[in-house]
Each structure stands twice: as C-alpha cells, then as structure tokens.
Design a binder for this molecule. Structure first.
Ligand code: UT7
Length: 322
C-alpha cells in the first residue's frame, strides 16, 4: 500500500521585477536600504501588478510544477491552496486554480488560512489525505498578494512583505516523504499580527491593513520555531544534527540566525531567500524550497525541515525525506 506522501515536484513564481529597498525610498517611504537590510536581511521583494490576482500567481506556480513532473490537471485528486489574500471572499482560490489547471475530475479543492504558517498547514492536511488513502496525487500551493494588505504609510510593516506563489506536488509512495508534521495555534495572540477590518454592507469596516507588534512577533517566532522543530524531530526520533536543510518561513534573517543557533543547525544548512523575496507569507516556504531545488542544493535522501510562524499565532513544522 502506498500510504506515504513524497514530493514529486516543486516550482515557484514571482510577479514583476524586483523592487529594491532603494525603490521603496524613491516611492517616498521614510526608510533606508541600510535599516531594512540590517534589521531584516531583506534587499528586494516583488509586487503583483494591480490586475494580477493571487490565483494568477498560484496557477503560474502550479503549471510550472505540473510541467516539471509531466502531470496534467486531471492527474490531481486533491488541491489545497494556502492563502490569506484570496481572489474573492468565495469561492475559494483553490477552486479557481482547479479550473485554470484543467482539473475537471471532481477532486476536492479548498483553501487553508493560517497566514504565514499556511503552507505547513496545507502540507500537513494533504499528507493526512494521502496517509488515509484519500489522495494519490495532490497539489499544495502557498500563494499571497500581501501587498494588497500593506499600508504604505506604515514603514514598520510595508517594507517587510512581498508577493509570490510556490507549488508542491505530492504523490503516494511506499516510503516517506513527509515523515512527520506538527501544527499549533494560540488565538490569545491574535491582536499581535492581524488585519482587523471586516466586510459588511458591501464595504470594509474598520482597518483593512496589516498591523503588527513587531517585537512581540519576533520574540514569539524565535521560541515557537525552536520548540516546534524540536517536537517534529522528536516525533521522527531524529536529532537536529541530522537535518540537511532547514527551510524556514522567510520573515527576518535575524529570526533565522537566532533559531539556527538555538537548534544547533549550522547556518550553511539554512536556506535563506528573505533577501530576494521579502516575507511572502504562505508562499515563502514553497518559494524557498523551489529556489533550493533550482540551485541544486537538495539531494535525494536529504532530511529537510520546514517550519513557520504567523498570525493567530499559528506555527508548525514538517520533516521531509527528499
Ligand atoms: O511572518 C511573521 C511576520 N512578522 C515578523 O516576522 C516580524 C517580526 N519582527 C521583526 O522582524 C522586527 O520587530 C522588525 C523588523 C519589524 C522591527 O525591528 P526592531 O528591531 O524590532 O525595530 P523597532 O520596532 O524596535 O524599531 C526601532 C526603530 C524605531 O525608531 P525609534 O523609535 O527607535 O526612533 C522605528 O520607528 O526603527 C524605526 N523603524 C524604521 N526605521 C526605518 C521602524 N521601521 C522602520 C523602517 N525604516 N522601515
């Protein structure tokens, strides 16, 4: 029985040209390349054009992954899209992606909303479908147009985020693949990172932009990423020294430094794309995975640790045998 999920393919998509820190200064934001680089490690990010939607990004990444593996849309029997910036309130972005990749076989398709932890949540769910024998070939996408949620007069948030999408194809296999996953949330922290607005009477009521208590998020992120990595490694009965590649959610290079140090994962084993992509929320891990793969960093049999933290707070980790 093939009851484990393994990664069959991965691809990423970034819209438009890179927008550098100096480009943001030129747009009138009261910041500097030096501040952004030293506090976050970010050098550039990408922003979707005004007519480009999250599903456009998701479809581009999904089609690239399907082409890499040689599957068609109708080979898929599960589609999960992690996003906080869906095209519309409903239907789900996953159903839009389903239609656009030509999947007409009735496969289930749904969105997952766990902000920056969204991809890890989506991957863990798809893994459970495969383990239960409910899916054999799954598309898992992380896609966000976070720029739509940015208040460009708030320099404490607008310099941090970018847009993008990453897609992973999972297939049922005899051996893992996905060895273990751990998911968590604690809604007591929801005010620390949120978009407080809501829709009513055809309008957004309240504040439609990202609001963040940066230092609270920073401190929580470090301890949560360490704890959940230790948990998922303990589940698989492996030490941190066995990790070949740690591919974390890309929010801030200083967070990655602190976590790597505490976990005992050497810095050369950390895949870091935050300089190139900024924080792309649900897209950040699959984009980093696609980047690592495209650079030839990942070898068959490598142990890959994914972990993320985001609004809610939510946090989680997955351990993969590549
Ligand atoms: O997916 C999870 C998403 N979020 C995160 O991971 C964010 C986690 N937090 C962080 O990464 C950091 O807290 C930030 C990068 C957001 C901020 O760094 P910080 O070292 O915590 O800076 P701070 O908030 O303590 O601000 C220090 C100074 C302030 O000036 P004063 O009050 O000391 O004069 C800010 O006004 O830096 C100022 N500042 C800026 N200056 C230039 C804040 N943002 C900027 C900016 N450019 N963009």
């Amino acid at each position: 029985m093939k009851r484990f999920a393994r990664v069959a393919g991965v691809a990423g998509y970034l819209p438009g040209r890179p927008v550098t820190n100096d480009d943001l200064v030129a747009r009138g934001i009261n910041t500097s390349d030096e501040w952004i680089r030293t506090r976050t490690g970010i050098r550039q990010r990408h922003f979707a054009a005004s007519e480009e939607t999250t599903s456009d990004l998701a479809v581009a990444a999904a089609q690239a992954a399907l082409a890499e593996v040689g599957w068609t849309g109708n080979d898929l029997d599960l589609i999960v899209v992690a996003t906080t910036t869906p095209d519309m309130i409903f239907p789900s972005t996953a159903t839009i992606v389903q239609e656009r990749v030509g999947c007409t076989n009735g496969a289930p398709a749904f969105d997952v909303q766990a902000v920056c932890t969204g991809f890890v949540y989506a991957l863990a769910l798809a893994d459970q479908f495969v383990r239960l024998g409910e899916a054999q070939r799954a598309l898992v996408v992380g896609a966000d147009t976070f720029s739509r949620l940015l208040d460009f007069s708030d320099r404490t948030t607008c310099v941090l985020f970018g847009d993008g999408a990453g897609a992973v194809l999972l297939e049922a296999a005899d051996q893992p693949g996905v060895m273990a996953t751990r998911l968590h949330a604690d809604g007591r922290y929801r005010a620390a990172l949120c978009v407080p607005g809501q829709t009513a009477a055809g309008q957004v009521l309240g504040d439609p932009f990202v609001r963040m208590q940066g230092q609270t998020v920073f401190k929580f992120a470090v301890q949560a990423l360490v704890a959940v990595a230790e948990e998922v490694l303990a589940t698989a009965q492996l030490p941190a020294t066995a990790v070949d590649w740690w591919i974390p959610h890309q929010a801030n290079a200083r967070i990655l430094d602190a976590v790597a140090r505490r976990l005992g994962v050497t810095r050369e084993r950390v895949v870091e794309t935050v300089a190139l992509h900024g924080n792309t929320s649900a897209a950040s891990i699959p984009l980093a995975l696609a980047w690592a793969n495209s650079q030839g960093l990942l070898s068959r049999g490598d142990l890959v640790l994914l972990s993320a933290v985001g609004g809610g707070f939510t946090w989680g980790a997955a351990l993969l045998r590549w």
